[in-house]
Design a protein around this ligand. Structure first.
Ligand SMILES: *[C@@H]1O[C@H](CO)[C@@H](O)[C@H](O)[C@H]1NC(C)=O
Ligand SMILES: *[C@@H]1O[C@H](CO)[C@@H](O)[C@H](O)[C@H]1NC(C)=O
Ligand SMILES: *[C@@H]1O[C@H](CO)[C@@H](O)[C@H](O)[C@H]1NC(C)=O
Ligand SMILES: *[C@@H]1O[C@H](CO)[C@@H](O)[C@H](O)[C@H]1NC(C)=O
Ligand SMILES: *[C@@H]1O[C@H](CO)[C@@H](O)[C@H](O)[C@H]1NC(C)=O
Ligand SMILES: *[C@@H]1O[C@H](CO)[C@@H](O)[C@H](O)[C@H]1NC(C)=O
Length: 443
């Protein structure tokens, strides 16, 4: 910007030079503001080889030769997952293949050049996604696009007058007629997280189920879960035991239940505390900003929880002023661990923010018990996927006792000042109802 201001205060004698300056300014601004937005050339493709299925084979139920392109997905992992699912569902509505979007590896969202675009397939498995979501939504590669000049730009409206209805009408209009002839529709404007929501919760859940971490990242999550299990074995004295697919086999061949672990998404970082205080004021409630003391107390009161138990504390260390203090004040029988005490911070440090969150997310998903904040989108998505897991194993009374994959919200008091049991209501008609902060948590 230095250069720019010098340019502007310099002597401007003629109209021509004024015009030149204006033109240069526009060009510079454009370069500054849109450095690597996902255009046809802006993305690094890595080693991705697209498997092309014959175009005439339409058993995907989705046009494979018509594409949708969306702006880069930004902010936290949870925002990017929601944005991704919304982009998929938009493409589905237009009966188009979604061009693999670009995610953002860093959390910095104010400065566009710090967004660090990262290709979808560096985080999630591309082919597995298409296999699992076959017939529902489909991802494609930029190399599948035949005619790169034939792009229709579709501007997303904004402002108060751009209502849900207008947004839906625009999508419906673009799904037919002459719009459908364009090989590529490129949506320009806000990132998909900010688009209007037109889809029921179960459609989002269907997309989330198709997202599997890449092998490398999944292996790191495995290492952390194994480490947590190992800590549990040290406590029970079963250090000889080895874990085989969730079953622990001791050296004499007998098997025993592993010590359960509770994952707590401790949302007490500085950024959150500012946000949640404002939210509490606006919504006139005091059930959003649980501090450390309240979290420790509520987790300590989970009904029927047998101790000793390992407690894994999922926090964004970078945003915490003193991460060792979260280990204090736990009651006897509760063995708190964060990344450092577990000795796994080295694993996390290798990766950018987005992947660190993805690993933590996976660990929380696999915990025997999960406790989070119902006003956190990150916690909400974990509760949603755990609810899906329960549905898949046909749990009938998801709020009942002794079920597998239970979740709790520590910001809402439950029985005997424990945390409230939490399942996602899959019948809600929009994701808004469950994911942008709520204390209606269905149990
Ligand atoms: C979408 O496109 C596919 C492939 O051309 C077609 O079989 C299907 O009927 C279309 N779906 C809708 C809802 O138009
Ligand atoms: C690509 O699309 C443009 C605009 O529709 C058209 O003029 C051009 O002939 C097309 N090129 C190819 C190779 O199909
Ligand atoms: C962070 O620091 C503030 C004030 O310096 C303090 O009130 C708060 O409890 C600290 N948070 C943690 C998790 O240590
Ligand atoms: C962080 O917390 C630990 C444990 O409560 C305490 O011993 C240590 O002095 C704190 N460090 C800082 C820099 O506040
Ligand atoms: C769940 O129930 C369905 C239908 O009753 C059945 O087909 C399926 O095998 C069951 N799944 C499990 C894991 O029990
Ligand atoms: C789930 O959501 C549906 C639709 O909004 C609603 O009718 C139902 O009462 C909700 N169920 C629970 C248990 O909250």
């Amino acid at each position: 910007m230095e250069v720019l201001s010098k340019f502007l205060v310099g002597p401007l004698h003629s109209i021509t030079s004024k015009c030149m300056v204006l033109l240069v300014t526009v060009l510079i601004l454009r370069a500054l503001l849109f450095p690597s937005f996902p255009g046809f050339d802006g993305i690094e493709w890595g080693n991705l080889v697209c498997i092309r299925t014959p175009l005439l084979n339409s058993d995907f139920g989705i046009q494979q030769d018509k594409f949708l392109e969306v702006p880069q997905l930004v902010w936290g992992l949870n925002n990017q997952k929601i944005a991704f699912a919304r982009a998929c569902l938009t493409a589905r509505m237009l009966n188009r293949t979604l061009l693999m979007p670009s995610l953002s590896a860093s959390l910095f969202y104010k400065e566009i050049d710090l967004l660090q675009p990262i290709s979808f397939d560096k985080v999630f498995q591309f082919e597995k996604f298409n296999a699992l979501c076959r017939g529902f939504v489909r991802l494609g590669c930029y190399s599948d696009v035949l005619n790169r000049t034939e792009v229709l730009k579709m501007e997303k409206g904004s402002g108060r007058r751009w209502t849900v209805e207008r947004d839906l009408a625009q999508l419906k209009e673009h799904s037919k007629g002459s719009f459908d002839d364009y090989e590529v529709i490129r949506i320009v404007g806000k990132n998909p997280f900010l688009w209007h929501d037109h889809w029921p919760v179960k459609d989002y859940a269907r997309v989330f189920e198709c997202l599997d971490l890449t092998e490398e990242i999944a292996k790191e999550a495995d290492r952390i879960v194994s480490r947590i299990r190992a800590v549990g074995r040290e406590v029970t004295g079963n250090t000889e035991a080895v874990e085989v697919e969730n079953n622990i086999i001791t050296s004499d061949g007998s098997s025993f239940q592993p010590l359960p672990f509770v994952a707590v998404h401790m949302r007490i970082e500085i950024d959150w505390m500012i946000h949640c205080k404002n939210l509490e004021q606006r919504l006139n409630t005091n059930q959003i900003c649980s501090g450390k003391k309240e979290i420790v107390e509520r987790v300590g009161n989970i009904a029927g929880l047998k101790t000793p138990v390992v407690v894994y504390l999922a926090v964004a260390d970078k945003l915490l002023n003193n991460s060792s203090s979260i280990l204090d004040d736990w009651e006897e029988g509760f063995l708190p661990f964060e990344k450092k005490r577990l000795g796994v911070d080295g694993i996390y440090k290798k990766y950018p923010y987005l992947i660190q969150s993805a690993i933590d997310y996976e660990v929380c998903l696999r915990a025997d018990i999960f406790v989070g904040n119902s006003f956190s989108t990150f916690s909400s998505l974990i509760a949603l996927e755990r609810t899906q897991k329960m549905i898949r194993i046909n749990v009938t009374n998801m709020c009942g006792e002794n079920v597998r994959w239970p979740s709790y919200a520590y910001n809402i008091p439950g029985e005997s000042n424990g945390p409230m049991r939490w399942v996602t209501n899959m019948s809600e008609s929009s994701l808004q109802a469950i994911s942008y902060g709520t204390n209606h948590i269905s149990c």
